[in-house]
Each structure stands twice: as C-alpha cells, then as structure tokens.
Design a binder for this molecule. Structure first.
Ligand code: NAD
Length: 246
C-alpha cells in the first residue's frame, strides 16, 4: 500500500478493463485519479465508486485538443497538480490489406497514435510544473512484431513505441520518464470473444487486467525512477516464441 501515495494520475481510456483495473489499483496504492473516456456512464460510475476525494471523471475524446486541455485542467484545479499521464485509450479493427479502408486506417492512427501524442503535448507543462513525472503509453505486443490483418493497429502501436522513445529523450532533463507498455492478450469481453487458439500463449492463458495494472502502478511510482525510453512486456511469454518447424 502507498506505492503512489499523493500522486495525481490522468488516465485516458480509464472507464473499463485495463484502464479501470489501473484506476482501482492506483487509488488503492494512494493516488488520485482523473478518469478520461468517451464512456460517460461507466466513467462516472467508476469515479463515484472510488470516491470523490480521490477520483474524478472527465469526458475525453483523445483526438480532441480541447478535451485534453480540459482533462489536464481538472487534474490541476481539483487535485493541485499532475504527476502521471497514462495513455491507455485504444480501439482495434482489422481486415485483409486490400480491403482495409482508408477511413479505418485513419481512425486507428487518430485514436491509438495521434491521441497519445496530443495527450503528451497537453500534459507536458503540467508535469514540468509538478517537478517531473511519468508518462505511460499502452502499446501492445503488436508494437513489437507484425501480425496479418491488423495493419492500422500495428502501425499505430509501433508508432506509439517510437514516440515514447523520442519523448523520453526530450523530457529526461525535466525528470519526466516515458515508457511503453506492451500487453499480450488480456481477458476482456472483446478479447474473450476472439476465436480460441488465435494466439499461442506459453503461460497457457490470457492475462488479467490487474496483471497489467501492476505494471502501471510500478511505472507511475518512484520504484521505476531509473526507467525511461524502455519497453515493458506483459504477455505470458507470447512474443518470445520462435516456431520450431523452421
Ligand atoms: P477497452 O476497449 O476495454 O479499453 C479502451 C478504452 O479506451 C475504452 O474505455 C474506450 O472507451 C476508450 N476509448 C476508445 N476510444 C477513445 C477515444 N477516442 N477517446 C477516449 N477514450 C477512448 O480495451 P482494453 O483491452 O482495456 O485496452 C486498453 C489498452 O490496452 C488499449 O490501448 C489496447 O489497444 C491495449 N491492449 C489491449 C490488449 C488486450 O488484449 N486487451 C492487448 C494489448 C494492448
């Protein structure tokens, strides 16, 4: 308990699943959270459940610079500062490359890559004002490898990994650490509906949102004080596999 005592964390895409588990664990470890999402009912209910003294909900479309400015403002005005930005919002769609529509591609890039960029842009001055902090960007194991059909997602998640590294170097002098998080298959209603066997997981099961949230707490906390520009993989061994029939 108390691993992130007193820290103020803005979570983009915080209303459910990995974002919700992270909000709950961060609060249990002493943080105050601002939950930003498009899902107003779920986000408000989560903030109310966590308690008004430690949680707020703000409507946040990560593709909107105005929404980002308002979300950072909620953290600073309601809780006095911003220490951590958790860029967790994301969507997924896929199709064979010749059928993948330009609008689908653009939507993926907008939400999964431009969104986190706008968040970093909006939060940086507040993080500097707090005397330093941490930015955590949820990429994926799809930001470490290629996968058929998921072209927009792959490109966005690789891009987010690269963005993390360049911003890490730029903001290091301000004491702001920037790392990317690379979950494998994590159990949510959406991934549970995916066909069995699509992904081989050496540990033999999908992860739980809480098994990602614990990395979020670590990267938000001072325990990770020497980690920046790095990749944190939590995937049950998935990306380590090399086919044996080569
Ligand atoms: P999820 O869909 O439950 O959560 C994503 C959240 O982002 C949702 O609350 C959604 O409303 C929000 N969101 C979507 N578009 C938004 C926008 N424009 N503005 C603000 N919020 C928006 O999915 P999840 O499985 O909890 O995934 C969370 C993150 O982890 C995503 O970035 C996802 O790509 C990544 N990820 C998930 C898995 C997995 O297996 N579940 C694996 C690797 C990476």
């Amino acid at each position: 308990m108390g691993r992130v005592e007193g820290k103020v964390v803005l979570i983009a895409g915080g209303a459910r699943n990995i974002g919700e588990a992270s909000a709950r664990m961060l609060v249990a470890e002493g943080a105050k959270v601002v939950i930003g999402d498009l899902l107003d009912d779920e986000g408000k209910a989560l903030a109310a459940d966590l308690g008004e003294d430690v949680a707020r909900y703000v409507h946040l479309d990560v593709t909107s610079e105005e929404d980002w400015a308002a979300a950072v403002d909620v953290a600073v005005t309601e809780f006095g500062k911003l220490d951590v930005l958790f860029n967790n919002a994301g969507i997924f769609n896929g199709a064979p490359v010749q059928h993948f529509k330009r609008e689908q591609w653009q939507n993926m890039i907008d939400i999964c890559l431009t969104g986190p960029f706008l968040g970093i842009k909006a939060a940086t001055n507040a993080l500097i004002a707090a005397g330093g902090g941490s930015i955590i960007n949820t990429s994926s194991i799809e930001g470490l490898r290629g996968t058929p059909w998921a072209h927009g997602y792959i490109a966005a998640k690789w891009g987010l990994r690269g963005l993390s590294k360049s911003v890490a170097l730029e903001l290091a002098p301000h004491g702001i650490r920037v790392n990317s998080l690379h979950p494998g298959r994590i159990s949510t209603p959406a991934t549970d509906a995916m066909p069995e066997g699509m992904i081989q997981i050496p540990l033999g099961r999908p992860g739980r949102p809480e098994e990602v949230a614990t990395f979020v707490v670590f990267l938000a906390s001072d325990e990770s004080s020497f980690a920046t520009g790095a990749e944190f993989v939590v995937d049950g061994g998935t990306v380590q596999q090399v086919p044996m029939n080569l």
